[in-house]
Design a protein around this ligand. Structure first.
Ligand SMILES: *Cc1c(COP(=O)(O)O)cnc(C)c1O
Length: 395
């Protein structure tokens, strides 16, 4: 609030304090210097986090690593795909996803995405026969049709990896996102639901994939004995796989663990805040917030909406400037120079076929952060500023 009682533009980029409970544990780690996950004989913070995360998700194995990108890379390595294997990924995702595929010596094949930000199932089905794996990126927490994807992939024996970096807490038909594919990967980078600065988690029920990933993450010599439940598999893989050293360290786990009990509440608040803003934006004929798919219960910490009807690029840019002048930053994925979520900027992939449908979506899809901590007044301020910015351009 400003002194005259008006709501000021909220700061959508500042982080939130880490729960106080992290402080004592971090002090303990600092005074002992016990930062490496494999130094303690048992109950290292990273090992406790893995057990807690596996329990939270209802899976057999969880492996904490340095980032979601590391988890995605390890997932593909653990699937033991041949060099050059084609991996389908949605064309709307973050550049780290095709990068993880390239890092794993595989070749990404980009699949068209609809104007609801989800995988276009016709293009997916058309490209699936050439694929040896599928990596579904639930970009900005939008879930693609996992029933259709799993049905097609299971029929062909093609493994599915879920990039659930931004989907922690999302449900699909009552099942937790990240547990539907063979492997699920999560991020603890600062702009996700759980903030450790950096960090990632890989989950699976498959003991062979878990064993291979754990060894390759850097469980050298006998350190695999500190991961529960895999003794036989480890014996077979020890020293047969490279060690990529993508481990998480204890300080990160100490930051993450006290945030997990707060997750369910944060997901509820994020969804309520998102839906509050969405209802207001949908009153404009010039904007539309795509609906969630029927089985999907989302966990958003940002909102995406399309500029609908006739908009030129110049008008879309004018809308962004007008929103900015009113205190709200709006990203149009395809309009900012070098945006890491626009597939044509992934020059490291070399020449790629164009994806006109995804391109058209990216040129009109807007993105506004809605941190879970925002008050209703702040959410209404954002919705009001966006609606007023539309009027500035279109009135
Ligand atoms: C953040 C994000 C990533 C990358 O996560 P890191 O932990 O930063 O490597 C990958 N995919 C999606 C959809 C993301 O949102």
């Amino acid at each position: 609030m400003s002194p005259d009682g008006q709501t000021l533009p909220p700061d959508c980029h500042a982080a939130e304090p880490i729960p106080e409970a992290a402080r004592a544990e971090i002090d303990r780690l600092l005074s002992s210097g016990d930062l490496f996950r494999y130094t303690a004989p048992k109950d290292a913070p990273v090992a406790l986090l893995e057990a807690e995360f596996a329990e939270l998700m209802g899976v057999r194995y969880a492996l904490a690593v340095s980032s979601c990108s590391a988890a995605l890379f390890l997932s593909l390595k653990a699937l033991d795909l041949p060099r050059g294997a084609k991996v389908l990924i949605p064309a709307f995702t973050f550049a780290a996803v095709p990068s993880a595929v390239v890092h794993a010596d595989c070749v990404p094949v980009l699949v068209e995405v609809g104007d609801n930000y989800r995988v276009d199932m016709a293009d997916f089905a058309a490209k699936l026969d050439e694929a040896q794996a599928v990596m579904i990126s639930h970009m900005r927490g939008h879930t693609s049709d996992m029933d259709a994807i799993l049905a097609l992939c299971d029929a062909r024996g093609i493994p599915v990896v879920e990039d659930a970096a931004h989907s922690l807490g999302t449900l699909w038909g009552g099942r937790k996102i990240g547990t539907i594919g063979r492997v699920g990967c999560f991020s603890f980078q600062s702009y996700k639901m759980v903030n450790a600065g950096e960090g990632g988690m890989m989950i699976t029920d498959d003991p062979e994939i878990a064993a291979r990933a754990i060894i390759m993450s850097g469980a050298y010599e006998d350190n695999w004995k500190k991961h529960p439940g895999l003794q036989n598999s480890f014996g077979a893989w020890q020293n047969k796989l490279p060690l990529y050293n993508l481990r998480m360290q204890n300080l990160s786990a100490a930051v993450i663990r006290p945030q997990l009990p707060a997750l369910a509440g944060r997901v509820e608040r994020g969804r309520a805040g998102h839906d509050r803003v969405a209802a207001q934006l949908n009153t404009s004929a010039w904007l539309s917030v795509p609906e969630a798919l029927a089985p999907e219960l989302r966990a958003p910490d940002s909102i995406q909406f399309n500029l609908t009807g006739d908009w030129t690029d110049d008008e879309a840019r004018a809308f962004q400037r007008a929103a900015k002048a009113r205190g709200v930053g709006v990203q149009v994925f395809g309009l900012s120079e070098g945006n890491a979520r626009a597939f044509w900027n992934w020059q490291f992939l070399g020449d790629q076929p164009d994806l006109p449908q995804t391109r058209a979506m990216l040129m009109r899809a807007c993105d506004v952060r809605l941190p879970v901590r925002l008050t209703d007044a702040e959410l209404d301020f954002i919705a009001g500023a966006v609606l007023a910015a539309v009027q500035d351009v279109k009135a």
